[in-house]
Design a protein around this ligand. Structure first.
Ligand code: CDP
Ligand code: MG
Length: 742
């Protein structure tokens, strides 16, 4: 078996007979694997593992590695024990005491507001209670939807509930997130992102496939959740059989209740222990290093057991923090107890996500470095210490510049008390706030502004228009967005050709609305048809989504990694064509993980891009866009298609030769160091960018060279030659840099 284990997949057929000998063991192991990783087995039925070829794939995928039978038995025992403890946990949750009350209220009311602290069991239990309700009612039970603002939460919670119900993920319990559907016709409980449920209105305007909708995490007030609340209120008028549950972790229940015509509120008291709050004496120069120091201080000086939860803002920070903590711990060696560092953020591969729920090693401690996903969406038991940076990354849209960006923003006082609350679930806890007491009471906002009042609405408005909701000013919003924001969004849609001058959806607009991506990207895809480069654009769109997780550079191999990256770059093709070349080379290498590693690329990100690309391709087929290709060396059509979507993100190099000015609003920006165009020799005179990042200053990233004439071609009403001439487009203007292919 060991030898087999080492063989490459290609040799499989030769060893089929040998594998068959191991059938028994494979079966047993599959059982273990199924218990531990049900998601891995779901695509086929159980027999899947009896097919020797598959079985060997299973082996080489490392699903089980230990050939020792006794160990196997232990694993089976552990799985059984886990099942028992799951039932114990379920009945000990605060919400369990209110199950009957909930079921009774359900019989009398269409809408219920459930308000309970994080960790009470709302997300995991309410869908199961509803299932009980419908089963008892008799009748046809359809499906219960439970929305989540975050993809990671939808996946992780579905995994947990499938374990609780003893079924395989994707069967009775499943999840759907954009570009990934793990449900089947049997699925009774479906966790899905709020944005995805909103999309369901396109095909099923009365949500006839569901008999209950749970709007979970309603307090987060994401854009999609807010729109859903209005839509569902409307649907409820016609679908009197539809049960609607609004679930919230904060005490804003009154507002939800009022919105739903004074629906009853089920208030479930939490079981929280006292939490001591500490503030920084002086403002911190760097919250990341302050957080790291605090982690180590707690770990080394606090005798009390208990895990540490640190709130940071994003992947880069979390990975940097992890590295730094691990280095220090290694240096201290056996002088201190073991400290396990678990990161959690949305782009973290699924296999890694589960680690945060594993208990800390005996005598040691676990430190979880999280984004605000751990604020209310995910509960990790055993946390006694919370360290709060006081920041989170927010999607902020500035209607006056028309640009949207992820900005590290101070959190609100309401958020900070949620975060502190994570320390007091299993015993008295402590929360270390890395800001001063003064700033807490004088500088932090009381509560977070609903996303609808700060986000770019163009994508949502396009969707609403295609669902048939035209009168946006009279839509039943809980908190309406500003008229300026609506006007800006309509203007953007008009400039992209999605709406005509009367504000009605055009044919292009309808096609665009079928693609679950930003209107700029969907326009690019549709224009790729005109420019005959759909294959290439699909790859680029999929890769753009992964661009932040694509490259990795080990500390000691920075130069190698940088050189590897440059090999994919072609002058004039910018980051976009480089992404295309990366993907195509990987595909030529038969998607080999080894190839990815040698080129300092993340196999996971590439694989995800491939999945997304496949999904987009299917959607294109559905809306009647036929495949076309221009190859990856003649990239002019590709860039032209990109300009068709991103003309509003055009920028021109300033006289200083270093910074650019965004044409539309005069904003001064710099090229982000991660861009291939950052090198002084590669700085384009005219370019478009797919991303604006604000760190210490405004950066543009994912950049490609353009010829300014293409802007006039793509959006003649937005760009007049005379205007561009003001920016220096004249007879002497070079045709950007060699825009011709070799
Ligand atoms: O939604 P709410 O915050 O009210 O609670 P929940 O997410 O339903 O979590 C209820 C309990 O299940 C908590 O004690 C969690 O720690 C536990 N849980 C878990 O152990 N593993 C998961 N993947 C999810 C929840
Ligand atoms: Mg929850």
């Amino acid at each position: 078996l060991e030898t087999l284990n080492k063989r490459k997949k290609k040799d499989v057929s030769t060893y089929k007979s040998e594998v068959q000998l191991w059938e028994d063991e494979v079966t047993a192991r599959a059982k273990v694997a199924q218990i531990h990783r049900p998601d891995r087995l779901q695509q086929d039925d159980y027999e899947f593992v009896f097919d020797p070829t598959q079985a060997l794939n299973f082996v080489s995928a490392g699903e089980w590695v230990d050939p020792d039978k006794q160990r196997l038995q232990e694993q089976l025992d552990a799985a059984e024990k886990k099942a028992k403890s799951i039932q114990e946990v379920r009945t000990s949750l605060p919400i369990y005491q209110y199950k009957e009350q909930f079921l009774d209220a359900l019989a009398d009311h269409q809408v219920l507001i459930v308000c309970a602290e994080t960790g009470s069991g709302k997300t995991t239990q309410l869908p199961q209670y509803l299932l009980d309700y419908f089963n008892k009612e008799g009748g046809t039970s359809l499906r219960i939807a439970c929305t989540q603002p975050r993809r990671v939460a939808a996946m992780s919670v579905a995994q947990r509930v499938s374990e609780e119900m003893g079924c395989r993920l994707g069967q009775e319990v499943g999840y759907s997130i954009r570009f990934e559907d793990k449900t089947s016709p049997n699925t009774k409980i479906q966790f899905l992102t709020d944005g995805l449920l909103l999309r369901q209105f396109l095909n099923d305007p009365t949500l006839s496939g569901y008999n209950a909708i749970i709007i979970d995490e309603a307090h987060e007030r994401t854009l999609a959740t807010d729109i859903l609340m209005g839509m569902i209120k409307d649907v409820g008028k016609y679908r009197t059989d539809l049960k609607i549950i609004i679930s919230s972790a904060t005490l804003d229940a009154q507002k939800f209740s009022q919105f739903y015509n004074d629906s009853p509120i089920l208030m479930i008291p939490g079981r929280s222990y006292p939490i001591t709050i500490y503030y920084s004496q002086n403002p911190e120069a760097s919250y990341l290093s302050a957080a790291i120091t605090t982690v180590l201080q707690i770990h080394c000086s606090m005798k009390d057991p208990g895990d540490i939860l640190v709130f940071l803002t994003g992947q880069d920070e979390i990975e940097a923090g992890k590295q730094s903590i691990e280095e220090t711990v290694r240096k201290l060696g056996s002088k201190i107890p073991e400290l396990v560092v678990c990161p959690i953020y949305s782009a973290l591969p699924q296999e890694e996500q589960g680690k945060i729920f594993l208990p800390a090693p005996p005598g040691g401690r676990k430190v979880i470095l999280a984004t605000n996903i751990a604020e209310t969406s995910l509960t990790v038991d055993g946390v006694r210490f919370v360290i709060d940076s006081g920041y989170s990354k927010e999607n902020v849209y500035n209607p006056s510049t028309g640009l949207e960006q992820l900005v590290v923003t101070p959190i609100s006082r309401a958020s900070s008390s949620q975060r502190a609350g994570r320390a007091g679930r299993t015993g008295p806890g402590s929360c270390f706030r890395l800001w001063t007491r003064w700033s807490h009471f004088n500088e932090l906002e009381e509560s977070t502004t609903p996303e609808i009042q700060r986000a770019n609405l163009s994508s949502t408005l396009l969707l609403l228009k295609s669902i048939g909701i035209n009168d946006l000013l009279n839509f039943d919003f809980m908190d309406p967005p500003s008229a300026t924001a609506i006007a800006k969004a309509l203007e953007e849609l008009y400039s992209l050709g999605a709406l005509d001058s009367t504000g009605s959806l055009t044919r292009v607009g309808r096609q665009m609305s079928e693609l679950p991506i930003d209107p700029k990207l969907s326009k690019t895809i549709i224009l790729a048809d005109t420019h005959q480069c759909l294959e290439e654009i699909l790859t680029i769109v999929a890769m753009l989504g992964e661009s932040s997780a694509l490259f990795f550079a080990p500390k000691d191999k920075r130069l190698h990694a940088e050189a590897a990256k440059r090999r994919f770059y072609t002058r004039g093709g910018g980051d976009h064509v480089a992404y295309l070349k990366i993907f195509n080379s990987w595909s030529e290498a038969e998607y080999d993980p080894l190839w990815a590693k040698e080129n300092y690329l993340q196999q996971k990100a590439l694989t995800r891009a491939r999945d997304v690309r496949e999904q987009l391709q299917k959607l294109c087929e559905r809306i009647g866009i036929t495949p076309s290709s221009c190859g990856d060396s003649n990239y002019i059509p590709i860039v032209k298609a990109l300009v068709a979507g991103y003309f509003s993100n055009a920028a021109r190099l300033n006289r200083d030769g270093k910074s650019h000015t965004v044409l539309r609003n005069g904003l001064s920006v710099r090229i982000h160091p991660s861009s291939m165009c950052h090198e002084p020799t590669e700085v384009p005179k005219w370019c478009i960018f797919s991303e604006l990042r604000l760190t210490s200053q405004e950066f543009i990233a994912n950049i490609v060279d353009i010829d300014p004439q293409w802007l006039i071609d793509a959006a003649p009403y937005a760009f007049k030659k005379a205007d561009l001439e003001k920016f220096g487009i004249d007879k002497k203007m070079p045709k950007t840099r060699p825009a011709q292919a070799k």
